[in-house]
Design a protein around this ligand. Structure first.
Ligand code: FMN
Length: 223
């Protein structure tokens, strides 16, 4: 059983990474007594050189050699090819400018577009369970949150969902951004409030990430 955990935070020990560690733990624990053959591959997107879709459309060329696949040869070529037959995928993204960040957007274009036909046909190679975690600065009750949610829902329903399966979705709000707020220009966010969130809510978010891992592992075994 092979799972991909895609990290699009440049910071390898911060919020997104910690949440993805918990997903990994959940998958590992859930499969402990079920199978010994488990591989969980963590991909840190900021370590890789690649671009988004180049609009060559070779993936859609009738009877072409690349139909349904991406011909672009860079650091993610083999990863996205292997992912189409894996048993589960979890994406983790910090929210930048009210959306998933640029690195993961480019990655998802390359991963999903080849299996996204301009026709009412299904050319997906496999429909494995998926999950996505977004972590962001704004609070859950921020008036912009419904807009953010509509952006996330659209991605989940129409792109990831159309090509693989609709992902389990976890939104983590009011994240702790810096280790020492006094060092940065910041009039908008109250460090005390952030610290409280970190101590009371973030552990619950980590637990939800763990549960997501368990669900994805169980779904993949029941397929
Ligand atoms: C370039 C940039 C843009 C950001 N834009 C938003 C935003 O639009 N909304 C938001 O809530 N947080 C925004 N943030 C905050 C991050 O989403 C938040 O700090 C996140 O928890 C970072 O994840 P990490 O700790 O895993 O790196 C932004 C951060 C950066 C660096």
């Amino acid at each position: 059983m092979k799972y991909y955990v895609i990290n699009s935070s440049p910071r390898k020990n911060y919020n997104t990474s910690q949440l993805l560690d918990k997903v990994t733990e959940g998958i590992t624990d859930a499969l402990k007594d079920k199978t010994e053959n488990v591989e969980i591959e963590r991909v840190n997107l900021y370590d890789l050189n690649y671009t988004g879709c180049r609009s060559c459309f070779l993936c859609k060329q009738k009877d072409g050699p690349f139909y349904g696949t991406c011909p672009v040869n860079d650091d993610i070529k083999d990863i996205i090819a292997d992912m189409t037959s894996c048993d589960g995928i979890i994406f983790g993204s910090p929210v930048y400018f009210a959306d998933i960040n640029g690195m993961i957007r480019s990655f998802i274009e390359r991963l999903c577009f080849p299996q996204f036909p301009y026709a009412d046909i299904d050319i997906s190679k496999k429909r494995m369970p998926t999950g996505i975690i977004y972590d962001m600065n704004i609070k859950e009750d921020n008036p912009s949150m419904p807009f953010y949610n509509s952006v996330f829902d659209f991605l989940e329903e129409n792109f990831i969902g159309r090509v693989f399966t609709k992902p389990y979705s976890l939104k983590v709000n009011n994240t702790y951004q810096f280790d020492d707020y006094s060092k940065y220009v910041n009039e908008w966010f109250d460090e005390e409030d952030k610290r409280l969130q970190r101590e009371t809510q973030f552990p619950k978010d980590l637990e939800k990430a763990y549960e997501m891992g368990v669900k994805i592992a169980n779904d993949s075994m029941n397929k």
